[in-house]
Design a protein around this ligand. Sequence first.
Ligand code: SF4
Length: 326
Amino acid sequence: MHEVSMGEILERLRELGAERVLIQTPEGLKSEAQALADFLEGNGIEAIISGDINYGACDPADREARLLGCDALIHLGHSYMMLHLEVPTIFVPAFANVDVVPSLEKNLDEVRKLGKRIALVTTAQHIHQLERARAFLEKHSFEVITGKGDSRVSWPGQVLGCNFTAAKVDAEGVLFIGAGYFHPLGVAVATGKPTLAVNPYSGDAIWMDNEAERLIRRRWAQIAKAIDAERFGVITSTKKGQLRLAEAKRVVRLLREHGKYARLIAMNHISYPALEGFDFDAYVVVACPRVPIDDYENWRKPVLTPPEVEILLGLREDYAFDEILG
Ligand code: SF4
């Protein structure tokens, strides 16, 4: 596992016989996208940069690449996701240039509180250091389990904001390595196990259990807000890796079976302002689970995930995180 260099991208494009490419980038890699475009054009390949911000491998711009007459898509910043793509696509994951071991060393006493048999997970940015982290932990007598995860993830031990299958192993607790809250929060809720998040940049360690409880309380409040709703907009996504049409139809069916009015809505970029003017009392987002959970404060109507609808309708008792499984 190594960084994909510009030279390797050029070589792959030449193998494909590509004459024009589209480069797609997340917010943080815009200057790299521009440098890559300059490099490719200097080597005889016409390059167009997509100005749409990209949040994940779930949203490849292959359709746009085809419309622009490109022979290939270069998707920067995220690892491969198994999708049916309309043009050859080169995924160029971005690996973080930070050593994870010092942060583990600093927080060893906290890690010990997880137990002896621990699950180890991280995001794509640090996945190249997973074996280094494992070796360090094993040297300190931990039994480290790395779940394979399902086909939505690229590597064993990798979690996405919508997929925590690699964390669901027979372990006493879960150690997450990485920055940000959403992933370790999802791990804690999805596994129901003590979860410690170690941030390799700051060196901080945070137990996610209280955070998970707070999140679940906020989500129960959203469910309660929707209790009297009669008219539901059920939103599915047109982004390839978020398109869950069968699941969205199942939610529509469940709502209708329980006497509610439900209408399917398809959207690319899901945000509340675009929905103003429709006559619904509440919404269900059957797409990226981050949308209703991260962004609910910006919605003037209650916004739920599919498992939350099941709770609302009395079909489920325990809270469950919405995941997209491969
Ligand atoms: Fe990330 Fe959401 Fe895409 Fe999953 S669906 S990969 S959480 S952006």
